[in-house]
Design a protein around this ligand. Sequence first.
Ligand SMILES: Nc1ncnc2c1ncn2[C@@H]1O[C@H](COP(=O)(O)OP(=O)(O)OP(=O)(O)O)[C@@H](O)[C@H]1O
Ligand SMILES: Nc1nc2c(ncn2[C@@H]2O[C@H](COP(=O)(O)O)[C@@H](O)[C@H]2O)c(=O)[nH]1
Length: 217
Amino acid sequence: MSNSGHPKDRGERRGLMLVISSPSGAGKTTLARKLMEEFSDIRLSVSATTRPPRPGEKDGIDYHFKTVEEFRTMIRNREFLEWALVFDNLYGTPRADTEALLSDGHDVLFDVDWQGADALHDQMPRDVVSVFILPPSIDALQARLAARPGSTDEVVDRRMRDAKAEMRHWRRYDYAIVNDDLEVAYQRLKRILLVERLKRLRQLSLEDHVRKLMGEA
Ligand SMILES: Nc1ncnc2c1ncn2[C@@H]1O[C@H](COP(=O)(O)OP(=O)(O)OP(=O)(O)O)[C@@H](O)[C@H]1O
Ligand SMILES: Nc1nc2c(ncn2[C@@H]2O[C@H](COP(=O)(O)O)[C@@H](O)[C@H]2O)c(=O)[nH]1
């Protein structure tokens, strides 16, 4: 069932930025997709990348696939809110798309590495809610990476080598979830979204209320 969470949500508040990171293969894309299936008003930030598409990935939907030259031009034109080198490829969050979605009241999901999460938090601390997804075990992480379409031993080895470096940053996040049973992990992520929405709505309505109490409205 599609559900916006709060029927009168959009328009009453600026959207929040739900930033999700994990070691590659821990399941953040899977969890993000589930959230968007249930909450039709959430939008995914579509990053630009210089990595080639995986089987089934579509330009403009999964990523904006760019050449290195095109990506470098976008950096020079300050088109990214943040960008980073991850696994030898460049990835960046488009600035204009994000700002338009947030001011329109959409909550926006960001699937970025720890560098992206740090940069987004530094730039927009009031908007960002960050969640780190941990795998249940190293073996499970490896199996998930290996089972992914288009996966090769080389790609799996590289991502496994970098997994520990990514996991070292988990404490910097507002929340952390172990993605063992997908449904349990999903319910936790959903609760985080609902609580953070409530906090922001409450702040807004109390600000109006206090203004009236003070005779300022
Ligand atoms: N709880 C789970 N149990 C078993 N398999 C899972 C679970 N969550 C995700 N998977 C599977 O693990 C694989 C990796 O998941 P996913 O692509 O979502 O990871 P990711 O963290 O987004 O990786 P990347 O950072 O490389 O994009 C997928 O094949 C997905 O179906
Ligand atoms: N800092 C950023 N990291 C990003 C962005 N988009 C994706 N990512 C991260 O890259 C890795 C690899 O992703 P994959 O799709 O090639 O498996 C993963 O950790 C993503 O979270 C971005 O715009 N900025």
